[in-house]
Design a protein around this ligand. Structure first.
Ligand code: ADP
Length: 172
């Protein structure tokens, strides 16, 4: 890649980017994991804006303001629950990354941070999810000149190592 895609170890709620992506559930009314952390850090106004959105389908994305977060916006996307791999999980996960980036591009955002969508309570196999994330973001960036930075924010060192391996393996 040309350096626009990177991975860091950290907490996505601390990222000072144009948008952080939330691994939300279809109600958009908050939950555990990264979703809970984002709502806690953003404050109650985030939930109020989310209530007006009327939920979100799996593989789709919707945007709100970031409120008390250092990020200006939150892009809420709903990853697939892993059900063995035969239920369109790969395509739905790729769609989360694509639709989130499309939304960012539509709003002329320059920097976006992603968590490892679906790899927590939704149980998507981590290596497979990581491969899909890096491939889909890489493909998007190769056709796009508006986004300047896409950061994968990894919550543990093992996840970071997987992303770094995947990114190193990509052809420019
Ligand atoms: P899902 O329901 O999509 O599986 P989870 O929130 O359970 O979402 O987990 C998604 C990923 O986000 C997991 O890899 C988890 O370790 C990670 N995660 C949890 N909290 C944070 C955080 N504050 N910042 C970045 N990643 C996080």
């Amino acid at each position: 890649m040309d350096g626009r895609m990177s991975a860091v170890l950290g907490d996505i709620t601390r990222m000072p980017v144009d948008a952080i992506v939330n691994a939300a559930n279809s109600t958009l009314l908050g939950g555990g994991g990264v979703d809970g952390a984002i709502h806690r850090a953003a404050g109650p106004e985030l939930l109020a804006e989310c209530r007006a959105l009327g939920g979100c389908a799996t593989g789709e994305a919707k945007m709100t303001a970031g409120y008390a977060l250092p990020a200006r916006h939150v892009i809420h996307t709903v990853g697939p629950v892993w059900r063995g791999g035969g239920h369109g999980e790969d395509a739905l996960l790729a769609s989360c990354y694509r639709k989130s980036l499309l939304l960012a591009k539509t709003h002329a955002l320059k920097s976006v941070a992603f968590p490892a969508i679906s790899t927590g309570v939704y149980r998507f196999p981590l290596e497979q999810a990581c491969e899909i994330a890096v491939r889909t973001v890489g493909e998007f960036l190769s056709d796009d000149r508006t986004l300047e930075k896409v950061i994968f924010v990894c919550f543990d060192a093992g996840t970071l190592a997987l992303y770094q391996e995947r990114m190193a393996g990509r052809r420019p």
